[in-house]
Design a protein around this ligand. Structure first.
Ligand code: 9MR
Ligand code: 9MR
Ligand code: ZN
Length: 559
């Protein structure tokens, strides 16, 4: 009796105490800021816990610290239960424009991570994230140094791959090269699609910013843009995945995810998986687009790409119904998806490269049934890549345009609606995350979506220029580099307190320049743990999205 009474009192006390407290029982970081920083003229904001009433901005230089700005925080704002479930305030310091190194201080809450104001602050992130693709190369020795640490891998997977599961008996087909997919070392054609697609789009949309950059890869001395050379490493592998009649093998993989350790120690046999129409369509799209990009640098290689694309396109026409590979011999990544969007993208790129009217018709029939995606391009939905190519086609002049004008109008309106929604979503989200809080926005790999969604913003900016589109694309980067619940950079080796334990078979210290998948099912759920492959893995498709997002803000190298 007495014990029950005591327990009741205790419980009541706890309840009363809890009611006084803010909603979040385990608050995230106190002050959250884009830890790379800000362009001098852009809007500058950070996010802080509700107890922040005022704040100061301090400039840090060799002479010490100096207050350059102080202000009151915004009114408190409650974030959604599907987001981070907190009450937060916004700190606006857009008035600070002088290039330099800064931090924010809030009475009682402490200090933010340091950040930079400057014009070329996105260059190092861009080169690091792009060089990370080189560090993913399979079948060759790779090495690189970042922040004084040297990373090294011996040539791996030189026996790729066995034909047992594709009717070849226990014999091999030479299929070395390409990039490892992720924290696992397998190679999947479907995921190569959106990866190569976004990297080529970076060159297409921002050629003057990135073409002349030295990425420090083995091919840097030649005259081809380094990013194209990096893509070529993957294309050379992809050629080996194509059969003589244009069909394309779905993947090259070990039977399961068992192996852990350096890639060169992985002696598990790796097998080709049967062909499928989705892989074939992705292959066609990549090769057709690559043919255009390589034309000016290596005509023979461009011809090879185009021939391969046309062969696989013919194969797709011969197989109008989707054919999925039998993957029963594998427990690794399935990358199964409807092939509609990959066929659409393939048609767009092949038409853009050849001008073939029949291919344009095929594209327009497919495009009439789709809209821009909710989450930006992804491995299972590459419509945005195809629509982007179509809407910015080089085949149109003032006098003649072979495209269906009603379709062009509808798709343009749809794109603008999507971009405008990203703008308003960012404006109403406490961390200025454009992916928003209502839609399917905290999911496996959502950090890649945040980066990839900027494609719609930059495309919209080209068709209907509006400074808010580039501003919102910057906000996406700001979220990934620290203005988030954790107050941490989600990219290894870059920004404040970056991931140390990514799900990466190469181990630690964490290899630099990789975007981790991110929080889900809500904005608080990310963990920096090796075992958390659903939240803390790295993957080529997410890195490619970040390469695209960063390319937009690279300061071109002086000629
Ligand atoms: O390590 C694997 C990772 O690369 C994949 O993305 C992930 C999802 O397919 O699977 C991981 O492997 C896990 C497996 O699926 C279940 N057992 C634990 C494995 C991680 O060690
Ligand atoms: O990125 C993929 C994600 O969309 C899926 O939900 C998830 C489970 O199927 O698989 C992810 O892709 C993984 C792939 O299957 C194997 N390599 C690592 C990829 C990233 O985790
Ligand atoms: Zn390898």
């Amino acid at each position: 009796m007495r014990l029950t009474f005591l327990l009741t009192l205790l419980t009541l006390g706890l309840v009363a105490h809890a009611a006084d407290k803010p909603l979040n029982l385990t608050p995230g970081a106190a002050i959250r800021v884009n830890s790379i920083g800000f362009l001098p003229t852009s809007t500058k904001q950070a996010t802080a816990l509700a107890t922040a009433k005022t704040f100061r901005v301090l400039r840090i230089d060799s002479t010490g610290e100096q207050e350059v700005f102080s202000a009151t925080a915004s009114a408190p704002l409650q974030t959604a239960t599907t987001d981070t479930r907190e009450t937060l305030r916004t700190l606006d310091f857009s008035a600070v424009t002088e290039p330099g190194r800064y931090l924010i201080e809030v009475p009682d809450l402490g200090r933010s991570a340091p950040f930079t104001i400057g014009n070329d602050l996105w260059n190092v992130p861009f080169t690091t994230v792009t060089r990370a693709m080189y560090l993913w190369r399979c079948g060759t020795e790779v090495t690189g140094t970042h922040n004084g640490v040297t990373y090294h891998q011996h040539a791996c997977h030189l026996a790729d791959g066995w034909l047992d599961h594709v009717g070849g008996g226990h014999t091999r087909r030479a299929s070395t090269g390409g990039w490892h997919d992720a924290g696992d070392y397998n190679k999947y054609v479907v995921n190569a699609g959106v990866t190569v697609g976004l990297m080529l789009k970076a060159l297409e949309h921002f050629p003057n910013r990135i073409s002349a950059l030295n990425l420090g890869i083995p091919e840097s001395a030649n005259t081809t843009p380094d990013l194209l050379d990096e893509i070529r490493w993957e294309l050379e592998w992809l050629f080996t995945m194509q059969l003589e009649d244009g069909r394309v093998y779905h993947k090259l993989s070990s039977p399961d995810f068992r192996f852990w350790g350096p890639a060169a120690n992985d002696k598990d046999p790796r097998y080709l998986a049967p062909w499928g129409t989705n892989a074939t369509a992705h292959f066609t799209a990549m090769m057709a687009a690559a043919a255009r990009h390589f034309r000016a640098h290596d005509a023979a290689f461009a011809d090879r790409c185009l021939k391969a694309a046309e062969l696989s396109w013919a194969c797709l026409l011969k197989h109008p119904q989707q054919i999925d590979p039998d993957q029963s011999a594998f427990q690794t990544g399935g990358y199964g998806a409807p092939d509609h969007s990959a066929r659409l993208w393939a048609a767009a790129e092949l038409w853009e490269t050849t001008g073939d009217a029949a291919v344009l018709r095929e594209f327009e029939i497919r495009a009439s049934k789709v809209a821009f995606s909710e989450n930006g391009p992804g491995w299972g939905d590459v419509n945005d890549l195809g629509l982007a190519t179509y809407l910015r086609s080089g085949h149109t002049t003032k006098e003649s345009d072979p495209r269906n004008p009603a379709l062009v109008r509808r798709l343009t309106d749809d794109l603008i609606a999507h971009a405008d929604r990203a703008v308003t979503t960012a404006a109403s989200n406490s961390h200025s995350r454009p992916l928003g809080v209502e839609r399917q926005d905290w999911s496996w790999g959502c950090n890649g979506n945040v980066a990839g969604q900027t494609l719609q913003l930059h495309l919209a900016d080209r068709l209907h220029p509006d400074p808010r589109y580039r501003e919102t694309a910057l906000l996406a980067l700001g979220h990934l580099f620290g203005r988030n619940y954790h107050g941490r950079s989600y990219v290894t080796g870059l920004g404040a307190n970056p991931p140390q334990h990514p799900h990466d078979r190469r181990g630690e210290p964490a290899w630099p320049g990789y975007l981790v998948g991110g929080a889900w099912p809500d904005g608080r759920s990310w963990v920096d743990e090796l075992g958390s492959y659903e939240r803390n893995e790295i993957a080529i498709n997410w890195n490619a999205a970040l390469i695209y997002a960063l390319a937009a803000f690279v300061e071109p190298a002086a000629k």
